[in-house]
Each structure stands twice: as C-alpha cells, then as structure tokens.
Ligand binder design. Structure first.
Ligand SMILES: [Zn+2]
Length: 365
C-alpha cells in the first residue's frame, strides 16, 4: 500500500453537515483486509442513524453497504468464505457485521449474527481506530471475523453493492417465510427491500406476489421485480384489499406475508391476509418502540407462525450473491441505484434519500 491517509465523510452529531476529513492509514493487521471503496449505497438505516432515530456514536462514519478493491491483505487472509483465493486488486463484498469470536451464539445456537459484541460497519465513531470502518470514505478496513466474498467481474458495482445488506437481508426474510414452489406472497412495502423480496420470492418458486405501497412510483416499478399486483393500502378499502388478495391467493389467503416497510401499524392487516397455517415475517421494523395491537386469538386460531429477522446468517451472503448473479437478466437490479454522489456530496445524497427523491443513492469516492 502506498497511501498514508484517506478521506472520510464524518458527521459531528445527528443532522449536522458532513465534513470530509483526512484520517491516517496503516498496514492491515492479521485477519484484516484494506480495501479502496468502489461504491457505498445509502441504506434506510443510515438515514435513521443520521437523523438520530437510533443511537450511533458521533462524530460518526456511516455506510455499511460497501464494495471495494483489495489494497492490502493482512496476515492469515488468503481465501474468501467460499474458499476462492484473494489477492490485491480483487473486488469484494463482505458481511455488514463482524463478531468478537466464538461464543455460545456461534457454536451452539448457530446465530453468529446475534453474537454478543457484534458490531457493524458504518456504526462506529470516526475516532475509533482504524478510523476507516464505514462506506462513506476512500478506504475501509474489513475487520477480523467478517465474511468476505470475491465478486465476479460480470456484476456491475450497482448490482453488487446492495448484496451485503438489502439482498442478504431479504434472502434471510424469505428463508424465514419458508417460501416454496407455487406459493403466494404479500410484500408490505415496495422500497429496495420489498423489490428484492418480490424477486427472491419469485426465484424461490412463488406463483403470485402481491405488493402493497402508498407511493405510486414504487408500485409502478414493482412489476419489473416480480410483483404481479401492486395495491395502494391508503386508498383501497380494507375489505376490498382483503378480497383482492384472497382472489389471487386462493382459496383463502397468502402463504406468507413479509413486512419490510418499517411501519408497525400494517402488521394487523398483514396477519389478516394470511391463510390458516401461514407465516408472517418482520423485516422492516428495526427501530425500538414499534408498538402495535394485534388480536392474538387470530395467531392461535389460524395456527400462524410469526418470525423476526435481524442481521442475516453468513450463509445468506453467499446466497445473495448467487441470486443476483443468476437473476440479473431477469430483474433490472442495476437500475435500483438511481443517484451517484462524490464523497463531498454525502449530505445531498442523504437528503435526497430521506425525501424519497432517489431509491438507492450511491457514494462513489
Ligand atoms: Zn442496511
């Protein structure tokens, strides 16, 4: 490595303007990889952190949907999680989180993603060494006990960047829903997660996917990602909504409903859309205090399964990459990144994302 420092977009406190600051670089330590960031996309949770809706240490570095090119490999890192060799110049993606080491969660529960002490990229203070641990910068250290995958050359940066958060999360959500051949699925929320969720449901063999979203632009776009019918839950009468869902999910409701809109109030309607024995999966209500009142008797009488998904299992990262590689001709994933900004315009990218002017803003340092 030649560079001795790199630039980072840092925010002093929630909603304060981003400043581009220079921080020192060092050679990667054992187990680390230093990458030059190719692209980092702004996830909804970056917006929540920046706006102060969830705690994040400040002055902070955001960005966890990241891909980059290997600048230097630390001792002991020569293969990715699939066993493919890694070398300088390879473009890689990696898990959005890293863990302290083996624990009851990794060894017994098979839930490494919820290990005590798990931390995420783009969730640490800029002052915390090695400083470069978020996507909104020129460099990022991939820290020990992250899961790395080499990216095939055929994928564009736009297709590859959301794999380690948006896509992998929806692999986990659809896995939790147990979607099988011929099933019908309702997706509540047609943002990036909902679109990937619809496409993955179809790839898993779903016969019908119904999407619900109040924004017309999102409903229009959804048809290109496997949604057969997109409805507006704000203007469609509740009974009419249920009737139309049952018409398509014969004979009596959806096999699975996926919540990816982050609005707890939609949960009761989603539960009502399920058939007897159906499964409801929560993937969007990531902020605390998502209070909602549900009729627990419905869960009991309809023999429903209710599941939550937070962080994905490392195996889902491999599945996410393979899904995008296999389906990039069927679904226009490249088009989901609809805004590109240099490092000194992170604030503008954040504002455009928060206002819904772009679906996925990309920082290209
Ligand atoms: Zn994310």
């Amino acid at each position: 490595m030649n560079a001795t420092s790199g630039r980072l977009a840092v925010y002093e406190r929630p909603n304060a303007p981003f400043q581009v600051l220079e921080y020192p670089l060092r050679s990667p330590e054992p187990g680390e990889v230093l990458v030059r960031v190719s692209m980092s996309t702004i996830c909804r949770s970056d917006v929540h952190s920046y706006q102060g809706h969830r705690p994040n240490p400040c002055p902070g570095v955001l960005g966890h949907e990241i891909i980059g090119v290997i600048e230097a490999l630390g001792a002991g890192v020569d293969r990715d999680m699939r066993g493919d060799p890694l070398k300088m110049g390879d473009r890689i993606t990696w898990s959005e989180y890293f863990i302290p080491g083996p624990s009851y969660f990794t060894e017994v529960l098979d839930l490494p993603q919820k290990s005590p002490g798990v931390d995420k990229y783009g969730h640490m203070a800029a002052a915390t060494p090695p400083h470069h641990h978020g996507g909104f910068g020129e460099y990022c250290y991939v820290l020990p006990r992250s899961w790395i995958l080499r990216l095939p050359d055929a994928l564009t940066d736009e297709e590859a960047t959301p794999i380690n958060c948006g896509v992998a999360t929806m692999i986990a959500v659809t896995e939790a829903a147990g979607i099988r051949m011929g099933q019908s699925v309702v997706v509540q929320g047609l943002g990036l997660l909902g679109l990937y969720g619809a496409a993955i449901a179809k790839a898993r063999g779903a016969r019908t996917v119904i999407g619900l979203d109040t924004m017309v632009g999102r409903r229009d776009r959804a048809h290109r990602f496997g949604v057969d019918l997109a409805l507006d839950p704000a203007t469609t009468d509740r009974d009419d909504l249920l009737r139309r869902v049952r018409q398509l999910c014969r004979p009596e409701g959806a096999d699975a409903v996926l919540e990816v809109c982050g609005v707890p109030e939609v949960i009761p309607l989603g539960i009502e859309m399920l058939r007897v024995g159906g499964t409801y999966v929560l993937g969007g209500v990531v902020n605390p205090k998502a209070m909602v009142t549900i009729d627990a008797n419905q869960l009991l009488r309809k023999l429903l399964t209710l599941r939550g998904v937070h962080n994905y299992h490392p195996r889902n990262l491999i599945e996410a990459l393979d899904f995008v590689v296999a389906n990039r001709k069927r679904f226009p994933f490249h088009d989901l990144v609809d805004g590109k900004y240099p490092l000194d315009r992170v604030g503008e990218a954040m504002a455009d994302t928060a206002a819904g002017r772009v679906l996925r803003a990309a920082i290209v340092p």
